[in-house]
Design a protein around this ligand. Structure first.
Ligand code: ADP
Ligand code: MG
Length: 706
């Protein structure tokens, strides 16, 4: 049977003699309900008890080790007890010897051991040893009496797997119970990959891998087995990605577009020169769109790198050739901003007047909405900008040729698919400002071609970033005042949880707002922006800020994504330690959007965690979004970085996208090779892969709604 199929075998239905009701209950307590759950409940660590050592071996190992601690098993005799006083506690130390060297077993909270380990008796002792206060000692140890029958064979002289357990469940019982299931099923697990693939990489069969991970004979076998398992996990994912990519490439959209004249004229009419990165990416888009293949392209560009123009170029190509485009954005504020920007850019030129740009958002009157639906259905609207509203069922396009998705990571794969299905294989352009580390890009967007805008518009200056403690807040205020005097604008960001029901948070924003407007900057106009406002209210505030009727905007992170006010040159982030690194970088990207020198001031409380210190230092030192996201990834891991809910990151059992990067690359190559030779997977030797891909495709690309 396949490993997946053991998900259908429930522990409660198993009839194995040694698997008693008590043992079954124990598995339920560990939340293990199926055979699959148990087989993949791998040990959290292993203890090497294969080799008997004496204390001088252990001393030598300690000397060679990096952290001064080693694992080791010795046979030793108890010779004495000692009690030492540490503050007001008495701690038991049991003195043992192997005949040559003495060592201490430190018994924290295990005073009873004085009655268990007896003087003059020899024990086999496994522990973590270190050299402290001139003595060899162990505070973490396990023991068994070396009696006539020797020691418990199954726990010494072996590599002992240690499982994660819960309160009151003994390690020994957990281990025995899990091993009953492993013994019963591991050999029955079939391989999911064809033999030739396994031979090519010298892979062990999956059943064997599972067995080794639960019952290893030697320490060296564990990491090999682990790498094998990781290979299987990544390979499955990469085969699915590569297969979908090949499938998508097979579609012939015909020569839908012939002209890029309108789009090219638009670009040359812009008041600024495109960067060479923008030009390069536009060329790539042009090539994709003019070809018969459907475009699936991801544009990565740091905040402020000018992605909108590039997306607009693509939309104009579609319009020029009689097709509609949809631009999907994550928030209404952003939709309105894009709508105004794009309308403005286009309205400057008489010849574009017949391009209808529309915005689809919540809260439209039913009459307006009906009119809009009508326009879309009959092809009267050319560029439609909207939020989630775009993929509602009543939205019908006449001929949707292009879907542009801005700030992609906020949409699930499923949602993207919904919009794409509103046209006949429309071209897809995904734009993301979240600089996703390269490692992750491959996984998350493996089926998209990648374009990178790695250059900022000409004349941009490095944003000067400084980190201050609370106590220096006044100082920061004065620096902000200098900028305001020059006629620039400032953001103040507060760490408010956006969707929290808790109003105390909101109250603290209101207080901060009142403090800024009444006490600190009475001479300036301060506005406030937060998630509890309606989109109309939010837009009104943004508009006033843009026009200069407001000089200072006190806000939650609602301004995080995509807001563009070029003459805002300062951003102050209060409680900065409460933000993730990538989020801080996104926030910082709200300034530095013109040729004026911009500033970012991070304010934290006086005492913050070491990890938060690292984040602040990274912000001060580093301006490149990709480098920042790499650091963030290492500090927090991919799930935290992108948010598991929205990220679409598949979940792995053992594989780690960062630590196992080498295997990730290997499987990518292997999957590519297989599919380039046999794109349809019709070769008989690839049948296993074909059925695997079909099953996995559903599993991996089902994105949790939420
Ligand atoms: P992002 O990549 O963050 O979406 P935008 O597309 O919003 O960035 O662009 C940021 C700002 O830079 C906008 O005001 C835009 O008009 C401007 N811009 C874009 N490209 C250039 C360029 N080549 N030269 C000067 N300004 C540009
Ligand atoms: Mg943008």
């Amino acid at each position: 049977m396949l490993l997946e199929e053991t998900k259908k075998i429930h522990i409660k239905d198993l009839k194995i003699r040694s698997l008693t009701t008590a043992r079954k209950k124990l598995l339920y307590r560990l939340k293990l309900y199926t055979v699959f759950d148990v087989l993949t409940y791998f040990p959290i660590r292993y203890e090497d008890r294969t080799e008997l050592k004496n204390f001088s071996d252990i001393m030598r190992d300690i000397y060679k080790s990096l952290n001064g601690k080693v694992n080791g098993t010795v046979i030793a005799e108890v010779i004495d007890y000692e009690y030492v006083k540490v503050s007001d506690r008495k701690i038991l130390k049991i003195i043992v010897t192997d005949g040559e060297i003495k060592a201490e077993l430190v018994c924290y909270n295990r005073e009873f051991l004085a009655n268990v380990l007896k003087v003059g008796v020899r024990y086999i002792i496994t522990g973590i040893w270190e050299y402290k206060y001139n003595r060899l000692q162990s505070a973490t140890f396990d023991y068994a009496e070396l009696g006539n029958q020797g020691y418990k064979k199954d726990e010494f002289g072996v590599v002992l797997p240690i499982y994660s357990s819960t309160e009151g469940v003994r390690q020994r019982t957990v281990r025995k119970t899990i091993h009953i299931i492993v013994d019963e099923f591991a050999d029955k697990i079939d391989d999911e990959l064809p033999e030739y693939v396994m031979e090519g990489r010298n892979l062990m069969s999956l059943g064997k891998v599972i067995k080794i991970l639960h019952k290893p004979q030697k320490m060296e076998h564990i990491s090999i087995a682990r790498r094998n398992f990781v290979y299987y996990e990544f390979m499955k994912m990469n085969l699915v990605i590569e297969y979908s990519r090949v499938e998508e490439k097979k579609v012939d959209k015909g020569s839908r577009y012939r002209s890029t004249k309108l789009a090219d004229e638009f670009v040359s009419s812009l008041p600024f020169e495109l960067t060479s990165a923008q030009i390069r990416v536009i060329e790539e888009i042009k090539r994709d769109m003019l070809s018969n293949k459907v475009m699936h392209r991801l544009i990565q560009g740091d905040v402020g790198s000018g992605k909108t123009i590039v997306g607009l170029y693509a939309m104009l190509v579609a319009v020029d050739n009689g097709y509609q485009s949809a631009l999907m954005v994550p928030t209404e504020v952003l939709a309105v901003q894009h709508y105004i920007n794009i309308s403005n850019l286009l309205s400057k030129f008489a010849k574009y007047h017949n391009i209808n740009v529309r915005i689809l958002k919540g809260g439209l009157s039913s009459q307006t909405r009906r009119l809009l639906n009508f326009e879309m259905e009959y092809g009267r609207s050319h560029i439609v900008i909207g939020t989630h509203a775009l993929f509602q069922d009543d939205v019908v396009f006449k001929n949707l040729g292009l879907v542009v998705i801005d700030e992609q990571h906020r949409f699930g794969v499923e949602q993207r698919a919904k919009l794409v299905n509103k046209g006949f294989h429309p071209d897809v352009l995904v734009m993301t400002a979240t600089p996703i580390p390269r490692t992750l890009t491959m996984t998350l967007y493996g089926n998209l071609d990648l374009s990178v805008i790695d250059e900022m518009p000409y004349g941009r200056k490095k944003i000067i970033t400084n980190w201050y403690k609370d106590i220096d807040t006044r100082l920061v205020y004065e620096k902000v005042r200098e900028e305001l005097k020059k006629g620039f604008k400032a953001y103040f960001i507060y760490p408010i949880i956006e969707d929290s029901e808790d109003l105390t948070d909101l109250k603290s924003l209101v207080e901060a707002y009142e403090h800024l407007s009444n006490d600190v900057f009475p001479e300036y106009k301060v506005g406030m922006l937060h998630g509890k406002m309606t989109p109309e209210e939010k837009y009104e505030v943004m508009d006033k800020f843009k026009k200069g009727e407001i000089n200072i905007l006190a806000s939650t992170t609602v301004i995080e994504v995509g807001i563009d006010v070029p003459d805002a040159t300062v951003i102050v982030i209060e409680g900065a330690e409460r933000f993730g690194l990538s989020q801080l970088h996104q926030l910082r990207g709200r300034v530095g959007r013109s040729s004026f020198q911009s500033y970012c001031y991070l304010i934290t409380s006086d005492r913050i965690s070491q990890e938060a210190v690292e984040r602040m230092k990274a912000m001060v030192k580093c301006e490149d979004g990709f480098a920042i996201s790499e650091i963030d990834l290492r500090l927090r891991g991919p799930g935290e970085l992108l948010g598991y809910q929205q990220s679409g990151i598949p979940e792995f059992i053992l594989a780690d996208l960062i630590k196992d990067e080498d295997i990730l690359k290997l499987t990518k190559e292997d999957a590519r090779k297989i599919l380039s030779k046999d794109p349809d997977l019709s070769d008989p030797k690839n049948q296993k892969i074909k059925s695997l891909v079909q099953k996995e495709k559903q599993r991996i690309f089902v994105v949790k709604s939420g």
